[in-house]
Design a protein around this ligand. Structure first.
Ligand code: SAM
Length: 245
């Protein structure tokens, strides 16, 4: 997969991209990230990329010319791959959307700054807008990294375990069960006996039930659309009627 990122601050990216799973995905040829500094495409002497908003008011707006020049130089006219503007006004990123992006061979991300981009960029260059949540950040660089990270985890072969992403919270439609590691007892708090039993069928059953319990407690809305087996329905009904923690 190729992801091209258009930004005024490319220096934000390398340390994260050179770490852990994302670094390994690039080394394995699963992911290529192209970083493009929008400022390099500003043609005036001072390489200005922002200007005051028409109509007055505070803040600055990213000018259209350098953004169009950067995107069209790298991706052609019109851009031959989807160009996603990171924006608090966009569709909210979730696991389903990340899954859809992970199926693309190539897409591009445009990071806003200041008050955002000139509206003509949004109207005539961008193909989609993605938000990472209902809050406002200073720039689109962290949202771009969030999207790249969420998508990379879903690329076949990117995680150590072949089915590593399948049980992650949200991937299966449930929150994931709790995890424990050594020591078996810490400050008097013991790891559930069943996890040390070596009985894989019972362990799988425990994990499923704990995922259901956790989802029911924290995100009951997710269960509204989740297809439960009869046993799972019974388990949840017992929980509601006061099954102990
Ligand atoms: N004035 C804009 C508004 O109210 O919609 C917010 C601009 S914000 C300070 C600057 C840039 O950060 C945005 O153009 C966008 O690229 C990025 N950004 C901020 N919050 C974001 C979010 N929740 N999701 C995605 N991108 C975000």
């Amino acid at each position: 997969m190729q992801v091209d990122v258009f930004t005024l601050f490319p220096e934000v990216f390398p340390s994260y991209l050179e770490t852990s799973i994302i670094s390994r995905a690039q080394a394995a040829g699963l992911l290529t990230v192209g970083l493009h500094n929008i400022r390099d495409y500003a043609t005036d002497k001072h390489q200005v990329t922002d200007d005051e908003p028409y109509g007055g008011g505070g803040g600055m707006v990213m000018k259209p010319e350098p953004i169009f020049a950067a995107v069209e130089t790298v991706l052609g006219v019109p851009p031959r791959v989807p160009l996603i503007l990171l924006s608090p006004q966009g569709r909210r990123l979730d696991q389903k959307l990340a899954q859809q992006f992970s199926e693309l061979d190539h897409f591009a991300l445009l990071c806003g700054r200041y008050e955002g981009v000139d509206e003509r960029v949004r109207q005539h260059l961008v193909s989609d807008e993605i938000s990472v949540g209902d809050y406002v950040l200073t720039g689109g660089e962290l949202p771009a990294l969030i999207l790249i990270d969420a998508v990379t985890r879903l690329l076949p072969g990117a995680l150590g375990a072949p089915d590593g992403a399948q049980n992650d919270s949200h991937a299966s439609g449930l929150l994931e069960q709790p995890h424990y590691t050594r020591p078996p007892e810490f400050r008097g708090w013991a790891v559930p006996e069943i996890l040390r039993s070596g009985d894989h069928a019972r362990i799988e059953n425990w994990r499923r039930q704990e995922a259901l319990r956790r989802t029911a407690q924290r995100r009951p809305d997710m269960l509204e659309t989740f297809e439960l087996t009869r046993d799972e329905q019974l388990f949840l009904e017992n929980l509601e009627s006061g099954d102990p923690e």
